[in-house]
Design a protein. Structure first.
Length: 352
């Protein structure tokens, strides 16, 4: 499987709404940079990302300037990605398989059209057109996305099994029609036993069903066996601060169980989420982890397979004994071979 590392040479800072500030970074050894050509309907004039005031059914072409500072002609990949909430609980503009709520009415793929590749001659500049067609009906809130320009130094090469470094710039794209503030809302979806970050965990779906991003989110969650809240033996907790959610997205909030195996049984999740605008959401949910689910989770996260009750010391002793047997057989074979070739001093027999 090809491993890919994307280096975002454009550092994204975050506003209260979670929109990135696309500040042009120094080129360094990357060999290219990008710049947003801000149009007249730009809401905030002192930023370098697109913050556009639009109208229903409006058509507009915006442009991104791609500057190739290298001495070679280069082909860049262009993507316009819907903002999502990643597994770490932050707004993400990279092209990922993010989860979205059914409340997402206006996917960015249905609003924009553009060429997916642009070839820029050496030491030259090329403009990339992105055509926007707004929905026919008006809306309050925001459509949030990111324009990604990506350079793949290994384009056309076979990189199977290799770690491939890609270099990308991201420019925020925010589309609004009104100044009406959309009330924030969070909902709790399913709560299940699952695997998160390589560990057994309890995963709760946090849903943002509104067309507004939410920043400075704080999470405080606790999981305990039903009827045993006062017992710390089976209690797990998690605290997350200064996190964010994209509009109409789903965040898989995870409380991992550390090094402990998942146990079947009935559990309770208590979760409180708050933001910087004094909104507080409290959730309490009972859920069940079946024996089959616990077994499947532990099979993934616990490397050592079950030994059917065999004591650990006996497993170690059996492994040592097997090793001694193998070593004895090899030693016997080498001595036998040495006797068959008396001119050797033993070194060649071992190395052959």
């Amino acid at each position: 499987m090809k491993k890919i590392t994307i280096s975002f040479i454009l550092l994204l800072t975050t506003l209260l709404t979670g929109l990135p500030l696309a500040v042009q970074a120094e080129e360094g050894n990357v060999g290219f940079s990008v710049r947003a050509i801000l149009p007249n309907n730009q809401v905030k004039k002192d930023v370098t990302y697109f913050d556009l005031r639009m109208e229903p059914n409006q058509k507009q072409t915006i442009q991104v300037e791609v500057i190739n500072n290298s001495s070679e002609e280069t082909t860049f990949d262009v993507n316009v990605n819907q903002a999502t909430t990643n597994e770490s609980g932050f707004i993400d503009y990279e092209k990922v398989d993010g989860a979205f709520d059914e409340s997402l009415k206006y996917p960015i793929d249905e609003i924009v059209s553009y060429e997916k590749e642009v070839t820029v001659p050496a030491n030259s500049t090329q403009l990339v057109d992105i055509d926007i067609t707004m929905p026919t009906e008006s809306y309050d809130g925001e459509i949030l996305a990111g324009v990604q320009v990506l350079k793949n130094p290994h384009r056309g090469e076979d990189t199977t099994g290799q770690i491939t470094n890609l270099f990308a710039y991201l420019i925020g794209l925010r589309l609004t029609e009104t100044d009406v503030e959309v009330p924030r809302e969070l909902k709790l979806g399913s709560v299940t036993g699952d695997v998160a970050f390589g560990k057994s965990a309890v995963v709760a779906q946090i849903i943002n069903p509104k067309m507004t991003s939410i920043g400075k989110l704080n999470y405080e969650g606790i999981v305990y066996q039903k009827g045993k809240k006062d017992s710390t033996a089976e209690e797990f907790s998690y605290v997350g601060k200064e996190m964010s959610m994209a509009p109409n997205s789903i965040y898989d909030f995870a409380i991992d169980l550390g090094e402990k195996a998942m146990k079947s049984g009935d559990y309770v999740l208590e979760l409180q989420v708050s933001d910087a605008k004094d909104n507080v959401w409290n959730f309490t949910e009972e859920f069940t982890v079946t024996a089959e689910e616990a077994k499947a989770i532990n099979k993934i996260v616990i490397p050592a397979a079950p030994n059917d009750g065999m004591p650990g010391w006996l497993v170690i002793a059996a492994g040592v004994a097997a090793g001694l047997v193998v070593f004895g057989l090899l030693l016997f074979a080498l001595r036998k071979r040495k006797k068959a070739t008396p001119e050797n001093d033993g070194v060649e027999a071992i190395e052959s």
